[in-house]
Design a protein around this ligand. Structure first.
Ligand SMILES: [Zn+2]
Length: 438
C-alpha cells in the first residue's frame, strides 16, 4: 500500500541504506581480492544493475541486488536446456584450463558448476560477514541475503543484500542463438542503437529453472541475464535523444514503470501464495515491449501519464490473458509458459488485474480510515481465484476510472480525471524524487 507518509520517510532512509550498501560492496571486494584461499574470486568486480541503483523497489525499499562479475578464461560453450527455449543453459569452457576456475568444473573438466560457484560464494560471503560489523546473516539461494542493522540513532533496521555471481560471456563471443532475434528496438531506438546493444556482452547467473524433479543438467544450469542492458534501455528510453534532457521534454515512461512495479509488489504482498510465480521481471518485460511498440516520445508526455499507465496495465493484462509474454531478449522463451507460470496463477493474475482496473487501482491508493463494513476476502481462496476488495471505501473515489464509468457524468468525469492526475503526480513525486527533482 502506498502511503505518502511512509514514502517520505523511506526517502530519507534510502540514502542511509545506499551508503551502507556501497560500503558493504567496497569492503566485500577488498575482502575477495585479499582472499588467498579462493583465487578465482579475487578478480571479481561489481556489475551495477538491478534495482540496486534504479531504486524502484517500493514495498521493500531495503532490498538490494548486487551482481558480482566473474570472468571466464576461455570462450564458453552455451547449450540450451530443453523445454526452456533459450532462457536456461548448460555452460562449459571451450577447452580445458589450468586457471583458477577449475575448482568449479564438473567431472568432465569443462562444464561450469552453478552449484559449486554458489556454494563457494556463500561460504566466502559468510566469512566476510563474520568480519563485518553490525551484520546478521540469513542464507538464501542463489543469492546471499544479509541483514544489516543500524544502531546509530537508536534504531535497528533490516537491510537485505543479494549477492549474485554473474559469469560474463567473453566479449569476443556473440550471444547465444536464441537471443539473436531480440531485442526488437529498431523502430524505437533505431538500428544503430540495436547494433551497439547486441555488441555488448551478456551474463549467466547460477539460477535453476523453477519446479521439482529437475534433471542433473538443470540442477547445474545458468539463466541468461541482460540486466545491464535492460538498465541502459530504461535509462536512455527516448525515441529522440532529447527525451528527458530538460523539463520541456520530460516524459512519463519511468513513472509508469515505477507505478507498474508498485502494483506488482502490492499484488504479491496481498496474494503471496496465489501470485508466487509473479515477479518484477514480468513487469519489466511488459514495459520494454510497450516501449518498443509505443516508440514515439510524443505518446509519453507527462500529461499523458494516467493514460500511459492504463495502457501499460492493459498490456500486462493482455499478456496474462493470452498466456504469452516473450522474454524481451530471448523471444522464443515465454515467461508465462505453464512450465514456469502455472495456469491457475495466470488466471488469478488476470482476474486480479481486471479487478484492480475496475476498482480504480486500490493497491496504488493511500489507505483511508477503515469503513465499518469492510468486506474481507475469504481465507480459503486457494481453490477458486476469488478476489474480494477489502477497501470498499476507495471505490467511491477511484484513482483511475474504468472506461464504462467515464461515459456517465461529465462533471464527475472531469473531477475524477483532475483528481487522478494530481494523485498520480503525487505518487510519482514520492516514488521518484530524482526524476521529478531534476
Ligand atoms: Zn523520457
Amino acid at each position: 500500500m502506498l502511503r505518502s507518509q511512509d514514502l517520505k520517510l523511506r526517502q530519507s532512509d534510502r540514502q542511509w541504506a545506499v551508503d551502507l550498501v556501497n560500503h558493504l560492496r567496497d569492503s566485500l571486494l577488498v575482502f575477495l581480492k585479499n582472499s588467498d584461499e579462493q583465487p578465482y574470486f579475487q578478480s571479481a568486480s561489481v556489475l551495477n544493475s538491478g534495482s540496486y541503483y534504479e531504486m524502484v523497489k517500493i514495498h521493500n525499499p531495503n532490498e538490494f541486488d548486487m551482481m558480482l562479475k566473474l570472468q571466464s578464461p576461455s570462450r564458453l560453450k552455451m547449450t540450451e536446456l530443453d523445454q526452456y527455449h533459450g532462457l536456461f543453459y548448460e555452460v562449459a569452457l571451450s577447452r580445458p584450463t589450468r586457471s583458477h576456475i577449475r575448482s568449479f568444473l564438473l567431472e568432465d573438466g569443462l562444464t561450469i558448476s552453478a552449484s559449486k560457484i554458489i556454494r563457494e560464494m556463500h561460504r566466502l560471503v559468510r566469512k566476510f560477514i563474520s568480519t563485518y560489523k553490525g551484520v546478521r546473516k540469513r542464507p538464501n539461494s542463489p543469492a546471499v541475503t544479509l541483514s544489516l542493522l543500524e544502531v546509530d540513532n537508536g534504531k535497528e533496521e533490516l537491510l537485505s543484500v543479494d549477492v549474485v555471481p554473474a559469469l560474463e560471456v567473453p566479449s569476443s563471443q556473440s550471444w547465444p542463438l536464441a537471443a539473436r532475434a531480440g531485442p526488437d528496438v529498431n523502430n524505437w531506438l533505431g538500428k544503430k542503437t540495436r547494433r551497439s546493444l547486441t555488441h555488448q556482452t551478456c551474463f549467466f547467473v547460477p539460477k535453476k529453472p523453477p519446479g521439482r524433479n529437475l534433471s542433473e543438467a538443470a540442477k547445474e544450469s545458468w539463466r541468461i541475464s541482460f540486466s545491464h542492458i535492460e538498465k541502459e534501455l530504461i535509462k536512455t528510453h527516448g525515441n529522440k535523444r532529447t527525451c528527458c534532457e530538460s523539463s520541456a521534454t520530460k516524459c512519463c515512461r519511468k513513472q509508469c514503470f515505477k507505478l507498474l512495479k508498485c502494483l506488482i509488489e502490492g499484488l504479491k504482498k496481498r496474494y503471496p501464495q496465489e501470485l508466487d510465480a509473479l515477479c518484477s521481471y514480468h513487469g519489466k518485460t511488459v514495459f520494454l515491449h510497450t516501449l518498443s511498440i509505443r516508440a514515439q516520445d510524443s505518446l509519453w508526455t507527462l500529461h499523458h501519464l494516467p493514460a500511459c499507465f492504463m495502457h501499460l496495465l492493459g498490456a500486462l493484462e493482455g499478456h496474462a490473458r493470452s498466456g504469452l509474454l516473450p522474454h524481451f531478449f530471448v523471444p522464443s522463451s515465454n515467461l508465462f509458459a505453464a512450465l514456469t507460470f502455472p495456469r491457475k496463477a495466470l488466471v488469478f493474475l488476470t482476474e486480479a488485474l481486471e479487478e484492480q482496473r475496475r476498482q480504480g487501482l486500490p493497491l496504488l491508493m493511500p489507505p483511508a480510515p477503515a469503513p465499518p463494513l469492510a468486506v474481507h476476502s475469504p481465507s480459503n481462496s486457494q481453490s477458486q481465484p476469488s478476489i474480494v476488495v477489502q477497501q470498499t471505501h476507495v471505490i467511491q473515489s477511484p484513482i483511475i476510472q474504468p472506461l464504462k464509468v467515464i461515459e456517465t457524468k461529465a462533471l464527475v468525469k472531469m473531477f475524477n480525471i483532475l483528481a487522478l492526475v494530481v494523485a498520480l503526480v503525487c505518487v510519482v513525486c514520492y516514488l521518484c524524487p530524482s526524476v521529478v527533482g531534476k
